[in-house]
Design a protein around this ligand. Structure first.
Ligand code: NDP
Ligand code: OXD
Length: 310
């Protein structure tokens, strides 16, 4: 039997794939796209034009087709008041974040960037090994994605420090919170992995002052949102050698502008916002499941608090 609720779908990428998965999961579902869509019960959106969303005045919930809701929250005042915003939780993204983080940490521990540079000039230059047990990693953000990253690094034998807004307890991880907690984590981070959402509180949180708290020659891995890190401050720390490398998957402007220094800086690895791509099949299943819980009057997880910003 076709479901009795209707869905408005908008995403700049993969819209046909999303539609195909939703139709496969719920054959006959009333699925609408574009400016002429009728008023629907649920919106499933990623970076929607404000006007498109504002026309949907009968929505019972808005689902973000990803984990981060910073851009959706910029249009929250155009939604009917009280409509919940619900985000994707993990759905396969945590494993990808773990892989990216392990890669950056292991490449650093095993000095692979140095050996690649040495190879380029045909230098045979063995360096002293670094011990995993004294190579600490910091994870800023201990949520759905940060916690598995911290846990896996700890399981692998790295001393791990984690930071969150409210106190958390992750076995094997030195957990800290608040402003003083951030300093403690940064001071212990040979590699710092950024997995906090972009909010009013986290914008520019890695700046000239906080980057200086890292040990000399530390590595920054930003997998969250570009604006969490102050670009100019990061470049200055890279140029001075205080920070030895930055793996950057996210940028204040995406795609990264052609003339940005990050493209050519030898201390920067640029990846095009692929650290964790939303697996459409699993995410569509998660969203349908949540819609049907809402239809049944049940609670769902992943509801965003617009005042908190995530
Ligand atoms: P969650 O909401 O599950 O976790 C967020 C974590 O950040 C929580 O531990 C939270 O603390 C902490 N946090 C929030 N604000 C602060 C603050 N002011 N000070 C300290 N800690 C804070 O988010 P996810 O783990 O699901 O996702 C994290 C981010 O990853 C997303 O918002 C998105 O921007 C990014 N992302 C990037 C992708 C990519 O491909 N590059 C893909 C997917 C997501 P507390 O535990 O106390 O609430
Ligand atoms: C997300 C993202 O937040 O893709 O899901 O960045």
């Amino acid at each position: 039997m076709a479901p009795h609720y209707s869905i408005f779908l908008h995403t700049p990428e993969d819209q046909d794939t999303w539609a195909a998965h939703l139709r496969e999961l719920r054959p006959g579902v009333a699925l609408h796209t574009g400016g002429n869509a009728p008023l629907c019960d649920y919106a499933l959106v990623w970076n929607p034009p404000v006007e498109l969303l504002a026309r949907q005045t009968k929505l019972r919930a808005v689902f973000a087709l990803g984990a981060g809701v910073d851009s959706l929250l910029t249009v929250v005042d155009r939604l009917p008041p009280g409509v919940p915003i619900i985000r994707v939780e993990d759905a396969g993204m945590a494993d990808q974040m773990v892989e990216y983080s392990l890669f950056a940490v292991l490449e650093t521990l095993r000095r692979m960037r140095e050996y690649r540079a040495a190879q380029a000039s045909r230098q045979w230059a063995p360096a002293a090994p670094l011990a995993r047990s004294s190579f600490s990693v910091g994870v800023l953000g201990l949520g759905t994605l940060g916690t598995p990253v911290a846990r896996e690094l700890a399981r692998t034998g790295f001393p791990v420090w984690g930071w969150s807004r409210t106190p958390r307890d992750v076995p094997g991880v030195q957990c800290c919170s608040g402003t003083a907690g951030m300093r403690e984590v940064l001071e212990h981070s040979n590699v710092v992995i950024v997995l906090v959402p972009l909010t009013d509180d986290t914008r520019g949180i890695l700046n000239s002052t906080t980057l200086a708290m890292l040990p000399r020659r530390a590595v920054v891995v930003n997998l969250a949102r570009g604006a969490v890190v102050d670009d100019q401050a990061l470049l200055e720390h890279l140029d001075s050698g205080g920070i030895s490398h930055a793996y950057l998957d996210v940028f204040s402007t995406e795609p990264l502008p052609q003339d940005h220094r990050f493209w050519t800086h030898r201390g920067v690895t640029v990846t095009p916002h692929i650290a964790a791509q939303t697996p459409v099949d699993a995410a569509a299943r998660q969203i349908i499941c949540k819609i049907e819980r809402l239809e049944a009057g049940e609670e769902v997880t992943g509801v965003v608090n617009p005042h908190r910003g995530y």
